[in-house]
Design a protein around this ligand. Structure first.
Ligand SMILES: NC(=O)c1ccc[n+]([C@@H]2O[C@H](COP(=O)([O-])OP(=O)(O)OC[C@H]3O[C@@H](n4cnc5c(N)ncnc54)[C@H](O)[C@@H]3O)[C@@H](O)[C@H]2O)c1
Length: 349
């Protein structure tokens, strides 16, 4: 079965892109993806001069702007890519929307659902497109799985299971070590988001989560490497994300299973990548081109550009992302209460 899973771009629309916040992830993934697909990066702005040093030469960024206004006033820029941390993000999204720009915002969209809803409503009032950089949605194994689920290949999705079969030793020396609820809020937000995509149209009722230090963590590390999050749905379906966080393996990855009423999809993303569909006694495995880094970042921007040119809501729209943010924040609250169930209530979108 052929599945069109690679990033897509409009045939004849290559608007100017301006990047706000030019830190680690922009240089590691946004710009490599945009260069690979010949996107039109007009310029970048960062409060730190150090952050934008060398990006013109390395990544074909045409300008380094010395102020936010200079970027927002540039007539060629139609799309603004905001890749700061979430504390600054909402204000910057408002500024970009007020300047009449479409926006791609890094994840997690905001620190709270209320302010996220505020930017969603402002974008809609202004007739602008606001998308969230949930680039995992375009990692090849997850994208194929999503398309198979949408095509009904495994029937009704009953259970989603993820395992972080990785070692989080790298976190200790980084800024992420100090992010509150790093494992849930900053990292698992991609897994929570994809799980709710696979369980689309079902109603989540409660979230439970725990984060904990594994026995092998160095005493100075703050972020919890161990974590589990469980999302319960009204019809008995569920999603479970478990972070081992201290795995000793030569083939680290993030294996997943989607159990459906008529078949099973299994695979791994962000390491040991593969995906297969088992149905009616036959197992089909896909030959994968590309990887989450950097192609997922082409996927999110490509979807936003297609949505602008086709005058429709992007699949990764901020409105769609409100539920992902709500579930993520509910998991953080549950973790604060040692795994107590947090009711999800009304779908925010
Ligand atoms: N797969 C992914 O999608 C992925 C991976 C890593 C990080 N991220 C997310 O990307 C965001 C940034 O992460 P990072 O690792 O690049 O962080 P970083 O600290 O390396 O970069 C952030 C940059 O934003 C700049 N900045 C801060 N305030 C600004 C402002 N008002 N205007 C302009 N620039 C400003 C900082 O100077 C810094 O250079 C975080 O939200 C993180 O969760 C996403």
């Amino acid at each position: 079965m052929k599945v069109e899973y690679e990033p897509k771009f409009p045939a004849d629309y290559r608007p100017g892109i301006g990047i706000i916040g030019c830190g680690g992830i922009v240089k590691h993934a946004h710009l490599p993806a945009y260069n690979k697909h010949n996107l039109n990066v007009v310029g970048a702005y960062d409060v730190s001069e150090e952050a934008t040093r060398g990006v013109k030469e390395r990544f074909a960024v045409r300008n380094v702007f010395s102020s936010l206004n200079e970027l927002l006033e540039h007539p060629e820029i139609e799309v603004v890519d905001i890749a700061t941390h979430p504390a600054e993000r909402v204000e910057l999204i408002h500024r970009a929307l007020q300047a009449g720009k479409h926006v791609l915002a890094q994840k997690p969209l905001a620190l709270d659902v209320e302010s996220a809803r505020g930017v969603v409503e402002e974008a809609e009032r202004r007739g602008l497109r606001l998308a969230v950089n949930q680039n995992g949605r375009w990692s090849p194994p997850w994208r194929i799985a999503t398309l198979l689920v949408q095509q009904g290949e495994i029937g009704d999705v009953l259970a989603v299971t993820h395992l972080f079969d990785v070692h989080f030793g790298w976190v200790t020396e980084t800024k992420f070590d100090k992010v509150p609820h790093w494992n849930i809020y900053d990292y698992s937000v991609h897994w929570i988001d994809i799980s709710r995509c696979w369980l689309e149209r079902k109603t989540p009722t409660a979230v439970r989560a725990r984060e904990y230090h594994t026995p092998v963590q160095p005493p100075e590390s703050q972020a919890h490497w161990g974590m589990w999050t469980d999302i319960a749905y009204a019809d008995g379906s569920s999603a479970l994300i478990r972070s081992v966080g201290c795995a000793r393996t030569e083939t680290p990855g993030h294996p997943f299973w989607i159990h459906g009423s008529e078949g099973t999809i299994r695979g791994s993303a962000l390491g040991a990548d593969y995906v297969e569909l088992e149905k009616d006694g036959i197992t089909q495995r896909w030959h994968l081109r590309g990887a989450w880094y950097p192609d997922g970042f082409a996927g999110t921007m490509g979807e936003l550009l297609c949505a602008i040119s086709e005058d429709r809501e992007p699949y990764n729209s901020a409105r769609h992302n409100l539920l992902s943010l709500q579930l993520t924040l509910a998991a953080c609250r549950s973790s604060d209460q040692d795994g107590a169930p947090i009711p999800v209530g009304e779908n925010p979108s």
